[in-house]
Design a protein around this ligand. Structure first.
Ligand SMILES: NC(=O)c1ccc[n+]([C@@H]2O[C@H](COP(=O)([O-])OP(=O)(O)OC[C@H]3O[C@@H](n4cnc5c(N)ncnc54)[C@H](O)[C@@H]3O)[C@@H](O)[C@H]2O)c1
Length: 442
């Protein structure tokens, strides 16, 4: 069989930072089963940048397309699958158009940012009978998979409640306040954009659906009136020739990828990737607290902080037979100079640190000593999740005992909590998920 005839034909919509992971997978590890035939974006310069990188890696160039007639170019190029990596607010319209054009869809989280567009996706899936995969890479992190195994094994009994705390540090967390994510109408805020990962994990760990949400929160550290704002005048963006440099200022000239993808593309759409985190125009929260009820009878207290000195998360799962605790330190501290490095990866090695990067899963049954459950490690980004996820996306698998591959229904369940949370922030009262009419009952 010639490999060319067995390759699936892919298109990517949204040629930004996240698209790099999919492009690399298609021209690298999975090039025997996939080829990229279309790259679409509103900004031709970013398409040109990816195309240059592909050519220099020895791959062929995809056809550049716009985003207005997705169904048309899906048919024209006989695209089998469309990967959507555009800003969150645009996901639904591209998913719907790709399905109607005759392609299956792989869409980044969050599936979409509000209830009416979730219903649009549901209708398009029903009308076309096609497939939508939502790429929840966090499910594939070995530590998260291991917690699922522990809960699924019945080791801690029936789950009664969950306490979940997520900390984004002044490097990664701050970055949401520079980019399009800072505008809630683009991202749904961190409750939808970021926490949909976390709420998906809880739905999956508990095999339950959220039923009611109460949320409280606000913008308290970033923004023009934020408590974290250093004294003095601030330039409106990071890429400026100015005196002094504080750790909140990101200069796109410091990094070849940021420079090429964003600085060199500004002429086409005026998008600034490096807005000052204390400037006007931020409509998302940086501190969030939620109480969520689940169909199983369990409840969750959840908190998200986006200006923490370290990054990671703590999850405690209480059950009728005991308790499981997952403690993860992804970055133990953000050093001053380290913060100016635009990659999120490196851990600052600070002298005399008592907190270290690492992960621990501890299970304790009633009347027994706590025991550590080994987590078999992974490599790659997002706790080892990305590489495993990509293998599933591009090569598929017959059956996963952990049920990690996620479809559009899981995507809707994951954004349900954030959408309800945003409504609760507005109204000040609890919101019943059933009232959102998302059609997600199991
Ligand atoms: N799962 C994860 O861990 C993870 C990590 C990063 C990003 N993401 C997701 O990937 C998506 C893209 O994020 P990013 O960081 O690459 O953002 P980005 O800003 O780097 O890229 C977005 C791209 O979309 C383009 N675009 C703008 N308007 C568009 C439109 N109407 N139609 C199509 N394209 C349009 C922009 O020009 C840009 O090239 C987001 O939905 C984000 O949530 C997921």
């Amino acid at each position: 069989v010639s490999s060319a005839s067995t390759k699936r034909r892919y298109a990517i919509i949204g040629a930004g930072m996240r698209a790099r992971m999919y492009v690399d997978a298609i021209i690298g590890e999975h090039s025997d089963v996939a080829e990229l035939v279309v790259l679409a974006d509103t900004n031709p310069e970013r398409v040109a940048a990816h195309t240059e990188w592909m050519l220099s890696a020895g791959a062929g160039a995809p056809s550049p397309e716009g985003v207005d007639d997705v169904a048309g170019w899906v048919r024209k190029h006989a695209v089998d699958r469309v990967i959507v990596t555009s800003p969150d607010v645009t996901h639904a319209r591209h998913v719907v158009a790709a399905l109607h054009g005759g392609a299956d869809v792989v869409v980044e989280k969050p599936l979409t940012i509000d209830a009416s567009s979730a219903r649009d996706i549901a209708r398009a899936v029903e009308e076309t009978g096609r497939d939508v995969t939502v790429t929840f890479n966090y499910r594939y992190s070995p530590r998260n998979s291991t917690l699922r195994e522990v809960i699924g094994s019945g080791a801690i009994g029936e789950i009664t409640s969950v306490h979940f705390e997520w900390l984004l540090d002044t490097k990664h967390g701050a970055d949401y306040f520079r980019r399009w994510h800072r505008d809630k109408s683009f991202s749904g805020g961190l409750l939808v954009h970021k926490a949909s990962h976390h709420f998906d994990l809880v739905n999956w760990w508990l095999s339950a659906d959220p039923t009611r949400v109460y949320a409280s929160g606000g913008l308290r550290f970033y923004g023009p009136g934020g408590g974290g704002r250093p004294a003095g005048e601030r330039p409106p963006r990071g890429t400026v020739d100015a005196e002094g440099r504080d750790p909140f200022r990101l200069d796109l000239r410091d990094d070849p990828v940021l420079r090429r993808l964003y600085l060199q593309a500004e002429a086409h759409d005026g998008y600034l990737r490096d807005r000052d985190v204390f400037s006007e125009g931020i409509s998302i929260e940086d501190n969030l607290s939620l109480v969520v009820d689940y169909s199983s009878g369990a409840s969750m207290s959840y908190s998200l902080n986006a200006h923490s000195p370290w990054e990671g998360y703590n999850v405690a799962v209480n059950g009728t037979l005991g308790r499981a605790e997952l403690r993860v330190v992804e970055r133990a501290a953000v050093g001053g100079a380290d913060n100016l490095d635009p990659s999120y990866g490196a851990d600052a090695a600070l002298e005399g640190a008592v907190r270290e990067a690492g992960e621990h899963l501890v299970v304790q049954n009633h009347w027994a000593a706590a025991r550590e459950v080994p987590i078999v490690g992974g490599e790659g980004d997002h706790g080892g999740g990305d590489l495993r996820l990509l293998a599933d996306v591009f090569r598929g698998r017959a059956e996963d005992p952990l049920g990690r591959p996620a479809d559009w229904r899981d995507g809707v369940r994951s954004i349900a909590v954030g959408i309800a949370g945003n409504l609760s922030l507005e109204s000040g009262g609890p919101v019943r998920i059933a009232d959102l009419d998302l059609g997600i009952s199991r």
